[in-house]
Design a protein around this ligand. Structure first.
Ligand SMILES: *Cc1c(COP(=O)(O)O)cnc(C)c1O
Length: 494
């Protein structure tokens, strides 16, 4: 399987090259030159496997140049007792047609673990294969979940280092503690005085600093990003869509061949795009429902074909979906335009220069054929948490609640009662404050009190990685101005 760039389809790279490089030189994203289809009988075969086997089987279609035993070793190590559920990505049903795919049983309690427990294996193997002798330093600006998941994924992985910047006043108490107490010999964490945008802009500047790049190269380092633009982060996510389908077949909820919907809380469009790849591989999916919070840029795009980031940015209780530019949409546009790389490049130019682009009627229709969409207010997010707790005794987080609320509206509007899987992306304990508020509780508690209170109130158990934060020594209490971020990275790597 070769990989090509969304802005120049004549580019041809191996899987290892695409993963090692991350982003194409022309600024485009790497996509597989063709999308493999599941052979006849594959679903039956997959139904009989555990999550590790499913991951190995699905990923093998995309990773020419990686041996079966290599992939088996990666899957065994990425998905084992670092997850607190042996199913890794279990499905919880609240009624006969509504199912929650729980992707937060990993070490950081959010779905980014599904990919970031795998990416270090894929990346280090790719560097071996491409003969790159340098060490890689992952550089991350995070609004909360990605930074911690990347730290856990890369900690003490040989030939790698990782440095994370987070906005000083932009993450929850629990998220901050998760990062400042991070273990590992090759990790660094630092707060930036400013908001997420400041941190992200600072990181982009570091990436484009040629003097630093030269200097680091001389020291035997290069910088890479753990964002979902890397194919090695997207691919592991294709697996859980197929796995959820198999689980529903296995427990008799659906018959093999039946169509289902997926409703996905969306930010950067990485998660839902992985679902689209699963659909293209032949998984019987009817609609992929793209759920947004108050930041509804994707809802407008799917309805009108206009992507316009010139709009108010809202800070919401589902912060991991607070985003104006959904990078992975570029991959979908490439595929649905019939691989029209020039057209995609012109859209991305327009986005950069004007903050807006309008796709052709053909592309708009192709998007609408496979995707439905919806957005919801903060009140709807909260009342969705309360209603599902009341009706089903099932506790969900704020991001999952956005998807649950959008699914409910979608069903009411369309009458489509296809069995649907809501992709559940974070443990409710990670956003205890907002979840407590949704349940009508006090919110003036500190991070640990919130966790205890939520546990008492709902009779559920806090995930061990969060409960054990209490009493952990803080290792990284530094904070810098955004002007000093580059020097901080330089020091870290000297
Ligand atoms: C990152 C994240 C999302 C959004 O996923 P995308 O791939 O960016 O669309 C949703 N929920 C949670 C909890 C997240 O951490």
């Amino acid at each position: 399987m070769n990989y090509q760039s969304t802005r120049d389809k004549s580019t041809r790279l191996s899987a290892a090259q695409a993963i090692a490089q991350g982003l194409a030189r022309d600024g485009g994203l790497f996509v597989p030159a063709s999308i493999p289809t599941l052979p006849k009988g594959a679903i039956a075969k997959l139904c009989a496997m555990d999550y590790r086997g499913r991951a190995e089987y699905v990923m093998s279609f995309y990773l020419d140049g990686f041996s079966g035993s290599e992939l088996k070793a990666f899957c065994t190590s990425a998905y084992s007792d670092n997850f607190d559920d042996p199913a890794i990505a279990p499905v919880h049903s609240t009624d006969g047609i509504t199912h929650y795919l729980e992707l937060w049983h990993g070490p950081t309690c959010a779905f980014k673990d599904m990919a970031l427990q795998m990416l270090p294996h894929l990346l280090t193997a790719s560097l071996e294969k491409t003969g790159d002798k340098r060490e890689v330093c992952m550089l991350v600006a995070t609004s909360g979940d990605t930074g911690k998941a990347a730290l856990e994924g890369f900690r003490d992985v040989q030939r790698t280092k990782i440095f994370v910047f987070y906005p000083k006043d932009g993450v929850s108490d629990v998220q901050q503690l998760q990062m400042t107490t991070q273990a590992g010999e090759n990790v660094g964490v630092c707060a930036v005085r400013g908001n997420f945008d400041d941190a992200q802009t600072g990181v982009k500047k570091i990436f484009s600093d040629t003097a630093l790049r030269k200097e680091l190269n001389a020291r035997g380092y290069f910088l890479s990003s753990a964002n979902s633009i890397n194919w090695g982060r997207l691919l592991p996510q294709v697996v859980y869509y197929i796995s959820a389908y198999c689980d529903l077949v296995n427990n008799g909820t659906i018959r093999s061949g039946d169509e289902i919907d997926f409703c996905v809380p969306t930010g950067n469009f990485g998660d839902i795009l992985a679902g689209w790849y699963a659909k293209r591989m032949g998984l019987p999916v009817k609609k992929l429902i793209c759920a947004s919070n108050k930041n509804d840029v994707l809802t407008e795009f799917i309805r009108t074909g206009v992507y316009n980031k010139n709009r108010q940015f809202y800070t919401t209780v589902s912060p991991s979906m607070d985003i104006l530019v959904s990078s992975n949409l570029e991959r979908l546009l490439f595929e649905l335009s019939g691989k029209d790389d020039k057209l995609v490049a012109s859209y991305m130019d327009d986005l950069f220069s004007k903050g807006c682009y309008t796709v052709t009627d053909e592309i708009r229709a192709a998007v609408a054929d496979e995707f439905a969409c919806g957005c919801c207010s903060e009140e709807e997010t909260e009342s969705s948490i309360a209603a599902i707790m009341k009706e089903h005794g099932y506790l969900i987080d704020t991001h999952t609640a956005v998807a649950a609320a959008v699914l409910k509206k979608y069903r009411a509007e369309t009458g489509d009662m296809t069995p649907a899987v809501v992709v559940s992306t974070a443990s409710p304990y990670k956003f205890s404050n907002a979840v407590l508020s949704a349940l009508g509780q006090r919110t003036d508690l500190d991070g640990f009190e919130q966790i205890s209170r939520l546990s008492e109130l709902t009779g559920t158990k806090a995930p061990a990685p969060l409960a054990s934060l209490r009493g952990r020594p803080v290792r990284f209490d530094g904070a810098v101005d955004k002007e000093d971020m580059l020097r901080t990275v330089d020091d870290f790597l000297s």
